[in-house]
Design a protein around this ligand. Sequence first.
Ligand code: NCD
Length: 328
Amino acid sequence: MAWTSQVLATTRWNQAHLLGIRDLSRDDLLSVLSVARELKNVPPSDAPLRGRRLLAFFVESSTRTRTSFGIAARRLGMEVIDVSPGSSSLSKGESLKDTTRTIDAMGVDQVVIRHPASGAPRFVSNALRASVINAGDGANEHPTQALLDLFTMEERLGRVTGLRIALVGDILHSRVARSNLWAHRLLGNRVTVVGPATLVPRDVQAMGADVSHRLDPVLETHDVIMMLRLQLERQHAGLFPSTAEYAELFGLTRERLARLREDTIVMHPGPMNRGWEISAEAADSGRSVILDQVANGVFVRMAVLLLLDSARGKNLTTKAPKHEERVS
Ligand code: NCD
């Protein structure tokens, strides 16, 4: 049996699209991790997705996610077609629905989309025959980021359950935080959300997380400290006094780094604002797994591409929570 069929045969993935971690079952999530693990250990010698087309549709800037998907798809033999807003007819006023229908008519197998509007990938998935992967929609979700975060935790800590995770910073605007919250809820991990009251949305407690408005008390008790970028481009009003004050209260400074337990790891999805949410010492320390996250992103995205391809033709439908059906 070919490498991929052998690996995929043991998985329990059951989704036509990857729109959010919220839609996944625990089996779906663990399937991605196990396929990514196999891919990292023994790279497939053939090109299992040769002849398949992936359309990369990024309506918002991205460096690592877009590059990572491109590398992942090419390693599997896929043809990658890149559409950026400047070069697509979106800039001529074409609606998202018309653009996606046009894409569909050209015959692509998978579409990876990043969009500033929450719900855009789900909206697009309803109009397409292709499988849709959400590469970040507004402040809603960024599922492959959470999956690569989990993969990196498993690699460094040896497990993805029984963990205590601190998500620190601009939770309000963070799709990475939201996808991580769903993932850890599925796995039964304890999450503490840390940030100023203005940057912590009210619904996180309903998602099962603890809230702390100070970073210092969580430093010695958590297995993972995940720092999030201060998303100044999404903030409309002054939600905190100054970046200097923010750094003093919530930044992972050299002093705070020194207080972490020996086995605690430091994560950041990137891009980092060094000196604001994270100091250079923390970013470059031996506890930092930030570059592992980037490297692992390729294997996790390869796994997602393979699993979605294997699901095609199975006639699957995703659970679509009603309130997320519209594009906000
Ligand atoms: C994140 C994003 O765009 O959501 N970056 C990423 O994909 N690695 C996080 C961020 O922009 O802060």
